[in-house]
Design a binder for this molecule. Structure first.
Ligand code: SF4
Length: 388
């Protein structure tokens, strides 16, 4: 089983972000918020430990929000509670997402490494100060590199860096392919074990969407963004990073095991406000509102409103998750779940996609090529329409 801890706090909202997060107050008020969160989180872990005795965890992931705003002693307390209720298997992957500025504060990186975190996912997004300013990030390029080097010095041997492509710039001068490749060169010099490269999307209601609507910035045209994705992937592969998912690349043996678990349809249990869980075909999400989340834990009603995934939902999810991955969909797995042969359901569509270079099949698997992954939302919509 995979475990996820959602840390909802951020210092401030980034201009492009639509994730659920709560601004962390400064000083004593912020400390009280963290204390209240920790108390409820530990109670939630105990509650699920009682409900699921004897379950062990293969991986644990602190995501957010900004997990690097959690003091080291809070992370240590959570790790202790998890290990008591869901003993981590030997060699379990334990990841924390971190933002450079908070990761560098108060010896955090050394502290969490000592507490047991063994994989770090650092939200760099760009090595350009001007880009970072437009994205509303709280760090600059110097802090991003310093956080990476400090993490190395603290003993982290498995570090992922997040970068974004397709960034806005001055009107009619959006990020070019050349500028994107410069970013990747800079990243490759640092030699992290893992890279997540996400295309920027304009989220409804975000500050960046409003700024673009006012004409302050413009984003790259679709064809320019597409070539950034393809050439970026080729560059990363030339530097030894193999693509294993739409936006994820790793040196051999450093794929994120936790996320692979999600994409392979394994059970996962999420703690914290807005965290989602899926256990044995039942799925639920915690309330996003901290007060409602606290009440659901206090009243022990967490998870009571789970939906049962229908057979049709499970087939759709199988297609959606496996086609994200470079390995693709195992045709035998599709037949076992749906009771039908993949080619009987999708022969014409699969043939067309292969003809256009958007998909390929090999050794009993059907997969999207890099060009197909770029269009994965549209491709999936066609699969769902063709589904009997
Ligand atoms: S740090 Fe992450 S979660 Fe927080 S506002 Fe920025 S992008 Fe969103």
């Amino acid at each position: 089983m995979r475990l996820y801890i959602h840390v909802p706090f951020c210092r401030k909202k980034c201009a492009y972000c639509a994730f659920y997060s709560v601004p962390l107050a400064a000083g004593g008020a912020g400390a009280d918020m963290l204390q209240g969160y920790l108390r409820t989180l530990l109670a939630e872990i105990s509650l699920w430990g009682e409900r699921l005795p004897g379950r062990r965890a293969e991986s644990l992931f602190f995501g957010g929000g900004t997990p690097s705003l959690l003091p080291v002693r809070a992370i240590a307390a959570i790790l202790e509670a998890i290990d008591k209720r869901f003993p981590l298997v030997s060699g379990a992957e334990i990841t924390a997402e971190a933002n450079p500025e908070s990761a560098l504060a108060d010896g955090w990186l050394f502290g969490v490494k000592g507490a047991g975190i063994n994989r770090l996912s650092l939200g760099v997004q760009s090595f350009s100060d001007a880009d970072l300013l437009r994205l509303g990030r709280a760090h600059d390029a110097h802090a991003a590199e310093a956080a990476f080097l400090t993490a190395k010095a603290a003993g982290f041997g498995n570090i992922s860096l997040d970068l974004m492509w397709g960034l806005p710039r001055a009107p009619l001068r959006p990020q070019s392919q050349v500028r994107w490749l410069e970013q990747l060169h800079r990243l490759a010099e640092l030699r992290p074990e893992h890279v997540s490269a996400y295309g920027l999307t304009l989220e409804e209601g975000s500050a960046l969407e409003a700024a673009c609507a006012r004409g302050e910035y413009s984003l790259p045209e679709e064809s320019a963004a597409a070539s950034m994705y393809v050439t970026g992937g080729e560059f990363l592969e030339s530097r030894g990073y193999m693509q294993y998912e739409i936006s994820n690349y790793a040196r051999i043996g450093f794929e994120c095991r936790h996320n692979l678990g999600y994409w392979q349809g394994e059970d996962y249990l999420g703690f914290g406000p807005s965290a989602t869980s899926t256990l044995a075909g039942r799925r639920w999400s915690n309330p996003a509102d901290p007060a409602l989340w606290r009440e659901s834990v206090r009243s022990r009603s967490a998870g009571n409103d789970a939906e049962i995934l229908s057979a049709g939902d499970q087939v759709k999810e199988l297609l959606m998750l496996r086609l994200r991955m470079s390995k693709g969909l195992c045709l035998g797995e599709y037949q076992a779940l749906s009771g039908r042969a993949f080619h009987a359901d999708f022969g014409a569509l699969a043939g067309l996609l292969q003809q256009k270079g958007l998909a390929a099949s090999r050794e009993g698997h059907f997969r999207l090529t890099r060009s197909g992954m770029l269009l994965s939302d549209a491709v999936l919509a066609h699969f769902f329409t063709a589904l009997p």
